[in-house]
Design a protein around this ligand. Structure first.
Ligand SMILES: CCCCCCCCCCCCC/C=C/[C@@H](O)[C@H](COP(=O)(O)O)NC(=O)CCCCCCCCCCCCCCC
Ligand SMILES: Nc1ncnc2c1ncn2[C@@H]1O[C@H](COP(=O)(O)OP(=O)(O)O)[C@@H](O)[C@H]1O
Ligand SMILES: [Ca+2]
Length: 582
């Protein structure tokens, strides 16, 4: 196959003569009598067009029938982010004959198809016009759509008119013909796609999402994220930069990054899924406070963070966790999960053992949860500043290495971070270390554990106190008190069936919920709320379980200059198992 695709000839770029070679894996061109070669992996070719073509407007500016233009991924300096920014490179070639030109375009297109089989042809795109700085529509139409057009991708675009529209669409509407789903927005929009796709896949597989011991079916459709939100943590942690062009190019070339997902259950009901943060205490309070200041845009988190920090709270709780196998990796091993991560690759083989193609999505039919190799549940009780669980590093522009810098995107585990009650300056030190390379776990009041599952509950007696507190502090009407009773005591099933979680609360309901007006209460509350990827959960007692590689994104993990080596090896010879050769 490789030899069939090989093509070599002289080509001109401008008035200089080049020797061009297509080897199957790479397209290289070297100026005659000079040493410097430009080498583009075929998998990173965006498009090949006859003539001399511009990106915008996407049309041939001169009808030269011996010319062709190649568009490809070009890496540029990262402006301080952890990953690399991708831009569109373009080179116009002239051939000695039209026959040779047709041969080049045909061979290049065939090679591209062969070496990047996951490239989408048709995408379903949801734009949240209100996310982040409200630029979603503009970003899509002016930056992303022209690139998709260049790559021959057709899109069905839906600008959302309400929260949960994207989730409901994915749960109910016909999705035939789509290769992937894209959101233009923030972590909340990504979360809608996540819930829609996971829910739809389990429905079709006849699996019960409420049962935390069930092995869920991985989703067949890939998810693309065009960042246009406030935190953009999922994009930053899987791509390494917040840049719509970079993300669009990862979608175009059909990159594939599996991602662990955490299911959160209350009693015997699924509450939500999370990929970044399930956090009680500080992060829960920051989210609850920030909902009141949505008008501030992304700054609301910094303002609310400062307010909540100054309110100096800690909360009693019981945490139980099921440790992951310590021989595989550790949250303190100072490694980073980068593109082509070997810990994640080994996990793919462990999670999908019957698959000949280690990346197959359809063979996860053994239970990781009930396996006895993981050991026993561990129980701790005390007062915490915060309890956080994250399936990945959760890096974002605010914290470039994230909540847990050595966490892995796709190893089937999460990191549990326990911050015990401490003096305010100690806690500030902990928070501040998130903004630098200093180790936030190297503090006497902080613990971190790599886990498969966790449980959280209030200490005996507090449960009843919490309930009393909710009703007592509520200044609402009987109807509002009824709502609180429903969410805090018995009605989880019914509420969840109706799709009620934090962001769905009406203003009236929010006023009735003392968690959400915590800062205006004189008495410091004894319970916090859970922040689940930016959604407030109306339950304190939860069970979380990590599902290894449940979804796949159009991404490849964070590339740094070494991970993105200029691979000149072919097939199995590539020692670093770069993305081309996995
Ligand atoms: C002193 C500086 C401290 C900086 C601490 C930074 C910690 C950052 C951790 C970020 C974790 C991100 C997890 C992702 C969560 C998102 O899913 C979720 C939803 O995002 P969306 O609105 O885009 O849809 N975002 C969030 O829940 C936001 C959490 C952000 C917390 C930021 C806290 C800032 C704290 C500032 C403290 C300042 C103390 C000042 C003392 C005088
Ligand atoms: N048209 C809409 N009107 C109101 N809310 C919406 C709409 N579309 C999506 N949402 C909701 O807005 C929330 C925030 O969206 P997101 O794109 O994450 O922005 P941000 O990062 O600024 O929070 C999400 O939870 C999503 O469900
Ligand atoms: Ca993980």
């Amino acid at each position: 196959m490789e030899t069939d695709l090989r093509l070599e000839s002289s080509l001109w770029v401008g008035n200089k003569r080049y020797r061009a070679v297509l080897t199957g894996w790479h397209f290289n061109w070297t100026e005659v009598d000079k040493k410097k070669t430009i080498s583009v992996p075929v998998a990173e070719v965006i498009g090949v067009e006859e003539g001399r073509v511009e990106i915008l407007p996407h049309k041939s500016v001169e009808d030269k029938d011996k010319d062709f233009t190649v568009f490809y991924v070009k890496r540029s300096s990262n402006g301080g982010s952890s990953g690399l920014v991708w831009k569109v490179g373009r080179t116009q070639f002239s051939c000695p004959s039209r026959v040779l030109r047709d041969q080049w375009t045909k061979q290049l297109r065939t090679a591209v198809k062969l070496h990047s089989p996951l490239r989408p042809q048709r995408l379903l795109v949801f734009i949240n016009p209100f996310g982040g700085k409200k630029k979603g529509r503009k970003i899509f139409h002016s930056v992303v759509a022209p690139l998709f057009e260049l790559a021959g991708i057709s899109c069905h675009v839906i600008v959302t008119e309400r929260a949960n529209q994207a989730r409901d669409h994915l749960l109910k509407k016909d999705l035939t013909g789509f290769d992937g789903v894209v959101c233009v927005g923030g972590d909340g929009m990504f979360s809608e796609l996540l819930h829609g796709l996971i829910g739809r896949t389990q429905q079709e597989a006849g699996l019960c999402e409420n049962d935390p011991t069930v092995t869920l079916q991985p989703c067949p459709l890939h998810i693309g994220i065009i960042p246009a939100g406030s935190t953009d943590c999922v994009c930053y942690a899987t791509v390494g930069v917040i840049d719509p062009v970079t993300s669009a190019l990862h979608i175009i070339i059909g990159d594939s990054q599996p991602l662990d997902v955490c299911s959160v259950h209350h009693t015997s009901v699924l509450v939500r899924y999370s990929v970044s943060l399930v956090g009680y205490g500080f992060y829960g309070d920051v989210l609850a406070e920030s909902e009141k200041h949505r008008w501030m845009g992304p700054l609301r988190y910094d303002y609310s963070g400062a307010m909540v920090y100054l309110s100096n709270r800690s909360y009693a709780g019981i945490v139980q966790y099921l440790p992951a196998d310590p021989l595989l990796s550790s949250p303190r091993d100072k490694t980073r999960c980068l593109s082509g991560c070997s810990v994640c690759s080994r996990s793919t083989e462990r999670l999908f053992p019957h698959s000949s193609d280690s990346g197959s999505l359809y063979s996860a039919n053994f239970s990781q949860f009930n396996s006895d190799s993981e050991g026993e549940w561990v129980r701790v009780e005390g007062r915490f500043r915060c309890v956080s669980l994250t399936c990945m590093s959760s890096s974002c522009p605010r914290s470039p290495l994230g909540l847990s810098p050595s966490a892995h995107l796709a190893d089937g585990t999460g990191d549990l971070i326990l911050v015990w009650d401490t003096h305010p300056l100690g806690f500030l030190k902990f928070l501040h270390r998130h903004t630098s390379t200093q180790d936030q776990f190297d503090l006497p009041f902080v613990e971190v554990h790599r886990v498969k599952a966790i449980r959280f509950c209030l200490p005996a007696g507090k449960e009843e106190d919490a309930y009393e507190e909710i009703v007592e502090q509520s200044s609402g009407t009987d109807e509002e008190r009824g709502y609180i009773e429903t969410v805090s005591r018995s009605g989880s099933q019914q509420r969840l069936a109706e799709g009620h979680t934090g962001r769905d609360l009406t203003n009236k309901q929010k006023t009735a919920n003392p968690f959400l007006c915590g800062l205006c209460c004189s008495k410091s509350p004894s319970v916090s709320v859970w922040n689940c990827d930016g959604e407030i959960l109306p339950f304190t007692e939860i069970l979380c379980r990590i599902h290894g590689q449940l979804v796949r994104l159009y991404a490849r993990g964070i590339e740094n200059s070494t991970a993105a080596h200029d691979c000149s090896e072919e097939g199995d010879k590539c020692e670093r198992r770069c993305i081309l050769h996995k």
